[in-house]
Ligand binder design. Structure first.
Ligand code: 6PG
Length: 244
């Protein structure tokens, strides 16, 4: 695991953009495409806007990027709460993706149907019978409660071992309080690389707990067996780390 502490949220986004470009280049050299899963929430929006702008935009062959999502709120894509809608506005509508290579989760369907449909989409793109789909890069954030994607503490989805995508309720404190669709830990942990982007003082306590080891919080259970795990933090989120 690599933990990098950057001076600001803006520098976290820059470091993430550099990792995205490098990972895409390696994947395309290796097998001509790059499969990424985008994170939701607000933290990655700086990254998405950077990737849609100079110089990063032209450093990625967007026609060979397969864009998936780590999770989605069960709302219509026009909703302000839609991860897909936010990613389109900040990035996806501004880069030349190849038609058919943008794979939003169907947040507008019945949650159970949306989950099965997304799993079928993964099988269609990654092949029908891999042990697990291996993303080249999965972007993740972390909530103040230590959740990641839509794997929330105490919810059954965290312990799912067979399904690739599940629907889940969310704890009462989560806003918007709507069902979610999420990749499961087996899929996340199969990735070639997982990149956490975590900024802000509100995350500091959970960052300390998760990086200290031994935690059972969902974010702590992201441990890619054959992949790189990188935490990009700003100073506020890293404030409680023992960095001697
Ligand atoms: C979501 C995200 C979620 C997010 C964290 C952090 O759909 O909300 O997938 O896991 O990454 O809640 O959110 P912020 O980046 O907004 O703090």
């Amino acid at each position: 695991m690599i933990t990098r502490v950057l001076p600001s949220a803006g520098r976290v986004a820059e470091a993430a953009a550099e990792h995205f470009v490098a990972t895409a280049a390696m994947a395309m050299n290796a097998y001509s495409r790059c499969a990424v899963a985008l994170a939701g929430g607000s933290t990655p929006e700086n990254l998405y806007r950077l990737l849609a702008s100079h110089p990063y935009r032209r450093q990625v062959d967007w026609s060979r990027v397969e864009v998936f999502f780590g999770d989605e709120r069960c709302v219509r894509s026009e909703s302000e709460f839609s991860n897909y809608g936010k990613a389109r506005a900040a990035l996806l509508d501004h880069v030349p993706l190849q038609p058919g290579r943008l794979h939003p989760m169907q947040g507008n369907l019945k949650p159970g149907d949306g989950a099965w449909l997304y799993e079928e989409e993964l099988r269609r793109v990654f092949g029908p019978e891999p042990p697990l789909p291996r993303f080249d890069l999965i972007l993740l954030g972390m909530g103040d409660d230590g959740h990641t994607a839509s794997l929330f503490p105490g919810m059954p989805a965290v312990d799912e071992t067979e399904r690739w995508v599940v629907d889940t309720a969310v704890p009462s404190y989560v806003k918007p309080n709507v069902p979610r669709l999420t990749l499961t830990l087996p899929v996340i942990n199969a990735a070639h690389s997982v990149l956490f982007l975590v900024t802000g003082a509100s995350k500091a306590e959970r960052v300390r707990e998760v990086l200290a080891g031994g935690s059972q919080l969902p974010a702590a259970r992201v441990t890619p067996a054959r992949g790189a795990l990188i935490w990009l933090l700003d100073e506020d989120a890293a404030a409680l780390l023992d960095r001697r």
